[in-house]
Design a protein. Structure first.
Ligand SMILES: C[S@@+](CC[C@H](N)C(=O)[O-])C[C@H]1O[C@@H](n2cnc3c(N)ncnc32)[C@H](O)[C@@H]1O
Length: 190
């Protein structure tokens, strides 16, 4: 039943694993350098969550930022994405701080343990955003933050405002966040 639900969620709107090569490539480091995009948000020793991590551009970046004592939970619906994350992490000798989780964020069974969560270019693929934000709210620590970034070319301003409204209705509050190239973004907390 759980597997059936995951497959239904994946649906036609989920970015197929092979398409991720088109934006998660060496040029991405120039456009979205994780240590700059996430400066002041991710710190050594933290536990952080990369929701819809894809091939791991930000999971890898955050693994460097949290250091040896930190932990990155890289979560994605697609096995191929997670395999690629771990291959890249092993090459960089940081695989020990990355924990893979396959499935939607709602299936992550931890409560108030994550210091920071990132949903980068993925929220528009989620069919039920209210359930999505509700689940994340229960995973993040009370002083934690959630950064949502959506691709500006693909998600209109009004669609993004709907996403923000859904997040606020789920109990999040707005915080001052970074501007991110090619993206519409919002930093959320409590
Ligand atoms: C466009 S890719 C972005 C990947 C990555 N965040 C990046 O910036 O490179 C979106 C990813 O979100 C994943 N995804 C979509 N819906 C999801 C959900 N409900 N739970 C977990 N992952 C999801 C997809 O499988 C895909 O890998």
């Amino acid at each position: 039943m759980k597997r059936l639900r995951e497959l239904l969620l994946m649906g036609e709107h989920v970015c197929p694993w092979w398409l991720a090569y088109s934006f998660d490539n060496p040029v991405r480091r120039l456009i979205h350098p994780p240590e700059k995009v996430l400066a002041g948000l991710v710190h050594p020793g933290q536990t952080v969550l990369d929701i819809g991590c894809g091939m791991g551009h930000f999971s890898l970046g955050m693994a460097h930022m949290v250091g040896r004592q930190g932990r990155v939970i890289a979560l994605d619906l697609q096995e191929q994405m997670l395999t690629r994350v771990m291959t890249r992490a092993s090459k960089s000798l940081i695989g020990d701080r990355i924990h893979l989780h396959r499935g939607p964020v709602e299936s992550l069974e931890i409560r108030h343990e994550v210091d920071f969560a990132l949903a980068f270019w993925m929220a528009h693929e989620v069919p039920d955003q209210a359930a999505f934000f509700h689940a994340i709210k229960n995973i993040i620590k009370k002083d934690g933050r959630l950064l949502v970034a959506e691709p500006a070319i693909h998600v209109s301003g009004s669609a993004f405002q709907n996403t923000v409204r859904t997040a606020l209705a789920s109990g999040f509050q707005l915080h001052a966040g970074p501007g991110i190239r090619m993206s519409r973004s919002v930093l959320l907390g409590f």
